[in-house]
Ligand binder design. Sequence first.
Ligand code: MEV
Length: 304
Amino acid sequence: MQSSYLAHGKVILIGEHSVVYGYNALSMPIQSLNIKTTVSLNQTPEYYMDTDRYHGDFFEAPAEYNGLKYILKHFLNLIANPPYLKIKYTGLIPIERGLGSSATVSLGTTKALNDFFQLNLSEEEIMNITNFAETINHGKASGLDSATVNSDDLVFFNKNTGIEYLKQKLNAYLLIMDTGDLGNTKEAVQLVKALIASSTLAKAAIERLGLLTDNVKNAWLKNDAATVGKLMTQAQACLKTLQVSTPKIDQLTKLAINTGAYGAKLSGGGLGGIVIALCPDQKTAQKIAQNAGILISNYWIEEV
Ligand code: MEV
């Protein structure tokens, strides 16, 4: 007896950080990056976690897995005499890069356990459990990451008013480049929180990010990739004001634009992680990654 769920990763096109303060954000599922969660009975009397980085007792896993521990505990409390389980994670989404790895495994664990125990929880209950785990992981999670890893369409998200799914395609390609540096989302969210409490410049940057996001949506719906790119670059300037960019991110965004991208920015919490560049064609995307010296395993080109 076993249950599996395959959940994919995501990138935030625009609106990270400002989304935490009630502004809109636009994000995109990345199907090619995914992790499969498999729940099965364990013959030995323990709850066992099997990931590429940790194999052992689920509840003794390092703190980075606290969100997953919450999810398993939640399900075990719903079941009378629950059996011992093995939960295995296969596939790879680089961690702490803004690619949604934590939301992916949180959603996968929730859905696989729901299926394993045949609980038929509603989509809303599943998202509540996933979001709670994400709040444990990130401190003050907006719900954007969970919503995007649970969607096959573009997500226009507002934590207060809800989600609009967009099917409109843009005549462009998205290059995703991994800087190789870890960016801790919890740390980034706390840093921004402290900054906007003390700086009017930072507060203004958050407001501007909200405005830029709405403009990106309008341009996207008109299939105006050049304008979307320009607005993304403006968002990068705001994220720099919020101190979540790094010299490497700055250098990659500049290189991308100089090599022909419509625009470029960090994506996710920042402080490391990925840079995304909106490109007119695949050839330009390839050229940017090559000029940047990024290994083929560390960049992805997606149709948008
Ligand atoms: C992290 O991927 C995105 C942030 O906006 C945090 C959040 O929305 O919870 C930085």
